[in-house]
Write a protein that binds this ligand. Structure first.
Ligand code: SF4
Ligand code: SF4
Length: 476
């Protein structure tokens, strides 16, 4: 290292050490004002956070004359583009929830708390809130000073603007939530005409207050004290899981850079004890103490440490994504040799197959046929045998449909009561009583199979068919 490089390094670390006095590990008794630095993980965090735009914009996607994705709770329907799922098909939603739960487990087993660090609404919203805070109140040291400063016009103005912006974001978050459950366009009409229903108003108020408190005040404390996932992650990760890790072999014994020091002369490890990894940590933990519950694995300390290493002319990666096994010189277990990854993946695949099967067999109409047992049959004056049935037509479409009912399986049978198509109401079950009459010569026993067939036609003329097997009872 040349003298010029050494003096540049000394000036850089001097500034870091001066700043280091502000930083200490989170003890939970004061607000954490984390420092923001750039880097590839910071960029990745912004990119993954931006996926939450779907939450705000998704409800405005249209499919035909309605919202593309709508959890229509009052009508007990779930619209997903061209598919309408009724309570009868809700088992698919259970599989979908299982899929996401297992996906979370498999990702955690492979790469730790990726969800917490890069996707979780709590950390993403807190990140946005603290970004606003920094823009208005300045760098962490300034913010700490402002927090401790006595009340003044300037303090009230700065904090007032911040809280107003936080409340606006919280309010928009509440709107975002509601618009997945009611028609978004109608919601805005109701909101702007002060005509929102009680449920919508209460939900909006709860979400606004909840977001404001969680992201603005509780912040990392929610991860520490409220989130159950932080507790259960220990059983999902193992020594083969790659997580942000401090390379203590390389870093220790840590020691400050002395002015004019030659790299060859130093007796310390690579860690220059600048505390920058603690400074940028949104939960205020010191990753050099090893894996801990407070670490949400956002990898921001990797960016911070890499910047420091570049400044002091040492290799980057002192903190990096690494498994404990690899760090300790053990051979990394390939994914295929880790049973928990196999098990999680198998459950994941099964739930996907179930969802795919459910969607592929989702019918637009479905009939159920209930045979009337009081009496089982009636002998008509001409000797023919008549059975009574209640046909229930479930119309899963978004509009009413005319459905024609026929029956087959017995020679000479006659369907009475279904000569005209039945109008089945959309999203509902429409019952219809019909009779089937069979001449006595064609009765071959006391119980004979009979097949009912419903054919519905939508407004574009597309036919939908549903069949149901039942029995025809006779005197034997
Ligand atoms: S690990 Fe890196 S960022 Fe943290 S104190 Fe050591 S040198 Fe600084
Ligand atoms: S220790 Fe590092 S990875 Fe963990 S939360 Fe803090 S900054 Fe993120």
């Amino acid at each position: 290292m040349s003298d010029n490089q050494k003096s540049q390094r000394d000036a850089a670390v001097e500034a870091l050490y001066e700043e280091a006095g502000h930083w200490h590990i989170n003890t939970g008794d004061e607000t954490i004002h984390a420092k923001r630095v750039g880097g590839k993980w910071r960029t990745l965090k912004w990119l993954t956070s931006s996926l939450w735009l779907i939450y705000f914009l998704g409800p405005y996607l249209r499919w035909g004359d309605r919202q593309a994705v709508l959890f229509d709770i009052p009508n007990r329907q779930f619209h997903l583009f061209g598919v309408t799922i009724l309570p009868q098909d809700f088992w698919m939603l259970s599989l979908l929830l299982l899929f996401f739960a297992i996906l979370l487990a498999v990702v955690t087993a492979v790469a730790g708390r990726v969800w917490c660090g890069f996707f979780c609404f709590q950390t993403v919203w807190t990140d946005v809130y603290t970004w606003i805070e920094e823009k208005l109140e300045g760098a962490p040291a300034k913010r700490q000073k402002l927090d401790k400063a006595p009340l003044s016009f300037e303090k009230i103005r700065t904090k007032g603007v911040k809280h107003l912006l936080w409340l606006i974001i919280a309010f928009i978050t509440g709107i975002g939530f509601i618009t997945w459950f009611v028609d978004a366009q109608q919601f805005w009409i109701d909101l702007l005409s002060f005509n929102l229903g009680t449920t919508a108003l209460i939900t909006l108020a709860l979400f606004t207050v909840g977001t404001y408190v969680l992201a603005g005040f509780l912040r990392e404390q929610a991860c520490f004290w409220l989130c159950p996932y932080a507790r259960i992650q220990a059983v999902m990760v193992d020594n083969s899981t790659a997580v942000p890790t401090y390379d203590f072999h390389r870093g220790e014994p840590r020691g400050r850079v002395k002015k004019g020091q030659n790299e060859d002369d130093r007796t310390t490890g690579d860690c220059v004890d600048c505390n920058q990894c603690v400074a940028v940590c949104p939960t205020g933990v010191d990753i050099r103490h090893g894996q801990q519950e407070g670490c949400i694995m956002c990898a921001l300390c990797i960016d911070a440490c890499d910047i420091v290493m570049e400044k002091v002319g040492r290799p980057t990666g002192l903190i990096r994504y690494e498994s404990l096994d690899t760090l300790n010189g053990k051979e990394d277990r390939p994914l295929l040799k880790r049973p928990r990854v196999w098990i999680y993946t198998a459950v994941l695949a099964l739930s996907l197959v179930g969802i795919a099967y459910g969607l592929s067999t989702l019918d637009a109409i479905e009939i159920k046929v209930i045979h009337d047992r009081q009496p089982l049959f009636v002998v008509q004056s001409d000797g023919s045998i008549q059975n009574k049935y209640t046909v229930k037509i479930l119309n899963k479409m978004t509009e009413d449909m005319d459905v024609a009912i026929t029956a087959s399986g017995l020679e000479g049978l006659q369907v009475i009561g279904a000569d005209k198509p039945i109008t089945s109401q959309h999203g509902k079950v429409t019952p219809k009583t019909i009779f089937v009459r069979v001449p006595p010569a064609n009765i071959g026993g006391d119980s004979m199979p009979i097949l009912f067939r419903a054919v519905g036609t939508d407004k574009n003329g597309q036919p939908f068919v549903s069949e149901r097997q039942s029995v025809f009872m006779g005197p034997g």
